[in-house]
Design a protein around this ligand. Structure first.
Ligand code: PSV
Ligand code: MN
Ligand code: MN
Length: 405
């Protein structure tokens, strides 16, 4: 019998530095009060999310949005604030040179520049102790005939191989796919199959990351999760929710049932039980900046923008939404489910599944937080903490997240 609380206590959800900055759409970026002016302040805000939820101990960086002179110093600051540096996200999409692509660009010179940036991100991993590089390419073409689809795959494979070779012991990269946008006809890494094929060819340090906003409407994301986990190729999630395209809304806001179904596959794949040593192959929680940690486990990351809602509570709510979906997934009576499945009892199996989803897990989570020495309701605890009033008074001229400008 699974110790549900032990698993929940060990859960680790990573928040993105860019969620703390001002963001918006291409129509307007709304400036909010108290928004961080530099990466140091973003980490301080992320530490608040961890302080109130107890399960958000690492922060993903995006380079160059979080460019600093001394990354080791930034990691030290994070540690002092109570968090660690998580995945390093590369950015080869915000430079004029990348109009026709980055690592798949027809020009060898532009490809060199893009690959050099990815290698620089591995240097930053070395300096911060991060064990994960996240690669997302906006590369693709807008018109049939614009470039050779197959040649672009060759160029992509070449760049990925060079970055793979540069990875040190205990480091890995996660390849992110996205159906479309900004390319509208043929994106170079449009789906999990493409990402998976490149990663399989490269080896164990290359895995796929599933951004829940990057699929065609109606895609069965939990199937992808189950498949990748079975193959040992699910490296992590970029959680967010979407109503239409890549909306980057708070995870669990649009479709909490989908989030539950995804977390059910995570539980089935023992990807959470790893955290408490139930799976002998892997007993340590996924990394952050812990020294000497090997790349393993699924990274549960948020990739969201809070365009109209306040940032820190937006992140707290999102962490809680993942936690609630996880608790429900852990409540599925797996024995009863297996028995009903083996009997071909369609309605019985579905009832077991839905029973867990329909359980109100909020009292259980409130109890868990109290046991962890936290307030039972992180949202009201943050509101009462006075932190927002403090940053609103202190910070003038908050930074833009870099995204959605
Ligand atoms: C692209 O849409 C993406 O999901 C990638 O993860 C980027 O790095 C991120 O958004 C920026 O928010
Ligand atoms: Mn993403
Ligand atoms: Mn996205």
């Amino acid at each position: 019998m699974t110790d549900i609380k032990a698993v929940l206590r060990a859960q680790h959800i990573e928040t993105p530095s860019w969620a703390y900055g001002n963001s918006g759409t291409r129509f307007k970026v709304f400036a909010q009060k108290g928004v961080p002016r530099d990466p140091y302040e973003k980490l301080a805000d992320a530490a608040q999310v961890h302080a109130h939820t107890g399960i958000a101990p690492t922060v993903a960086l995006h380079i160059p949005w979080d460019k600093v002179d001394d990354y080791a110093d930034l990691a030290r600051h994070a540690r002092e604030a109570g968090v660690g540096i998580g995945a390093i996200n590369s950015n080869v999409f915000q430079d004029d040179d990348y109009m026709l692509g980055s690592v798949t660009h027809p020009s060898a010179q532009v490809r060199r520049k893009a690959t050099d940036h990815l290698l620089e991100c591995v240097d930053i991993m070395d300096a911060t102790g991060s064990d994960t590089l996240k690669l997302w390419f906006s590369d693709g073409i807008n018109y049939p005939g614009q470039d050779d689809i197959r040649a672009r795959q060759d160029r992509l494979a070449e760049a990925l191989a060079e970055v793979y070779e540069r990875l040190g012991d205990g480091q890995r990269f996660l390849l992110e796919y996205k159906l479309f946008e900004p390319a509208f006809y043929a994106t170079d890494v449009p789906d999990w199959g493409t990402a998976y094929a490149h990663c399989v060819k490269l080896g164990p340090k290359a895995q796929v990351v599933v951004d829940t906003g990057h699929h065609a409407p109606g895609t069965n994301i939990e199937f992808i999760v189950a498949f990748l986990l079975r193959e040992g190729k699910l490296g992590g999630f970029d959680f967010n929710s979407r109503f239409y395209a890549d909306d980057d809304l708070m995870v669990g806001a649009a479709d909490p049932f989908q989030l539950f179904r995804i977390m059910h596959e995570v539980v089935q794949g023992a990807a959470l039980h790893d955290l408490v040593g139930e799976n002998e192959q892997s007993t340590k929680p996924f990394g952050g900046s812990a020294e000497g940690s090997a790349p393993r486990g699924v990274a549960f990351m948020l990739d969201q923008c809070h365009n109209i809602e306040p940032k820190i509570p937006g992140q707290i709510r999102s962490v809680m939404n993942v936690q609630e979906a996880t608790a429900k997934a852990l409540l599925v009576d797996r024995e009863a489910l297996s028995a009903a499945q083996a009997d071909g009892d369609v309605l019985g199996a579905n009832a077991v599944f839905m029973d867990a989803y329909n359980t109100d897990v909020r009292p259980l989570l409130a109890e868990l937080r109290e046991e962890m020495g936290l307030a039972p309701d992180p949202m009201s605890a943050y509101a009462k903490s006075g932190y927002f009033e403090k940053i609103a008074a202190e910070r003038v001229g908050g930074q833009q997240a870099g995204w959605g400008a």
